[in-house]
Design a binder for this molecule. Structure first.
Ligand SMILES: NC(=O)c1ccc[n+]([C@@H]2O[C@H](COP(=O)([O-])OP(=O)(O)OC[C@H]3O[C@@H](n4cnc5c(N)ncnc54)[C@H](OP(=O)(O)O)[C@@H]3O)[C@@H](O)[C@H]2O)c1
Length: 329
């Protein structure tokens, strides 16, 4: 029988999510890769257990995570049954709908039909009565935003989700979404955008909107899927995301330019006594508008290393300037 570490809340930092009542750990764990049917269940289980042992209370899923789609939710449901069920009230579990999940016109994008039936399927796979956060995974240009968000609000009102979230919405769409969700009585808790040293679109307005609206921010792929770690400094390992046929990081994205930047950033990390992954996470967390960084990990060792970013000293101006120079070069 799994017994979580008694000291699990001693060293993690918890940040308030926007102006809500909910606090999230500074580091959250995502199950996009490494937890599907193609992956070793016991490895994923060990990662999840260690995460909870170290104060990671937030686990992020989506209907389509796998492969095959749905299998990450099934596996996490099994982990809940085997290990975590007694601690359900100490966990914040999220899921999403918005990308292709099943064939035909009702298994993709943002209709009410798709979102609500998808959430029911997710709850079955997870073996849960409710998730903590239900997201619209992406805006749908062909569906009225009121319909998509109305479905998320319905999920909250039905008690199938506690909070509403949005992902991949632009700054302008986010402003509108926040107003609609507020009017529906289910305020937007959180936005999940892609953000890392290599992907900085959120700095062009989204973070300002989130601050004004009192909405939290949980950046995904803060390590640029591994490019901002030492993973690719000596080529593409066969067991890496870029090395696997089903990985979303394609070999052509591992460019010489990015690897060279990673190498230079790694020198700054070393001077700080950090790994490159820790530096990349410290850098995203430097902005107080960031609630939590949403990482992935393929081993307990990676997770352990990444969680240490919580104890890192703040980046000083000289370091930030040097990072900026490398990123702009
Ligand atoms: N809302 C959305 O549209 C959306 C989209 C994508 C992701 N997400 C969410 O964000 C989560 C995180 O995304 P992500 O997995 O791309 O995040 P990430 O943290 O940028 O990348 C994780 C990958 O980096 C490598 N890595 C992590 N720590 C390492 C370390 N210390 N040393 C060396 N390599 C390390 C591992 O790759 P290897 O497998 O090569 O070891 C790991 O799988 C997902 O699980 C999902 O929940 C959301």
């Amino acid at each position: 029988m799994y017994q979580p570490a008694e000291n699990r809340y001693h060293s993690m930092t918890y940040n308030r999510c926007g102006r809500s009542g909910l606090k999230l750990p500074a580091v959250s764990l995502g199950l996009w890769h490494n937890f599907g049917g193609v992956d070793a269940f016991e490895n994923g289980r060990a990662i999840v257990r260690r995460a909870f042992d170290r104060g990671v209370t937030h686990f992020d899923l989506a209907n389509n995570y796998g492969p095959p789609p749905g299998s990450a939710e099934e596996n996490f449901g099994k982990m809940l049954r085997l290990d975590l069920r007694p601690w359900r009230d100490e966990l914040v579990i999220s899921t999403k709908a918005g990308y292709l999940m099943w064939p035909g016109p009702y298994g993709d994008w943002g209709s009410r039909k798709y979102l609500l039936s998808s959430l029911d399927q997710s709850l079955k796979r997870l073996g849960l009565e409710y998730v903590d956060i239900f997201y619209s995974h992406r805006p749908d240009p062909e569906t009225p935003i009121e319909e998509t968000l109305g479905a998320v609000a319905t999920a909250v009102k039905q008690g199938k989700a506690l909070y509403a979230g949005i992902s991949n919405y632009t700054a302008e769409q986010t402003r509108e979404a926040c107003q609609i969700l507020r009017e529906l009585g289910t305020p937007c808790l959180i936005h999940q955008p892609k953000y890392s040293m290599f992907e900085r679109w959120v700095e062009g307005g989204l973070l300002d909107v989130l601050e004004q609206e009192g909405v939290g921010c949980i950046p995904f792929s803060p390590l640029a899927q591994g490019l901002l770690t030492d993973r690719y400094l000596k080529g593409i390992p066969a067991d890496s995301r870029a090395g696997k046929s089903w990985g979303f990081l394609k070999t052509e994205q591992v460019t010489q330019e990015r690897v060279e930047k990673a190498r230079r950033l790694n020198e700054i990390a070393k001077r700080r006594g950090q790994s490159l992954a820790q530096l990349a996470l410290s850098w995203v967390l430097r902005d107080p508008r960031i609630t939590t960084v949403l990482i992935g990990a393929s081993s307990v060792g990676q997770l352990d290393q990444n969680l240490e970013c919580v104890n890192a000293r703040d980046l000083v101006k000289e370091e930030l300037d040097e990072i900026e120079q490398i990123l702009r070069s």
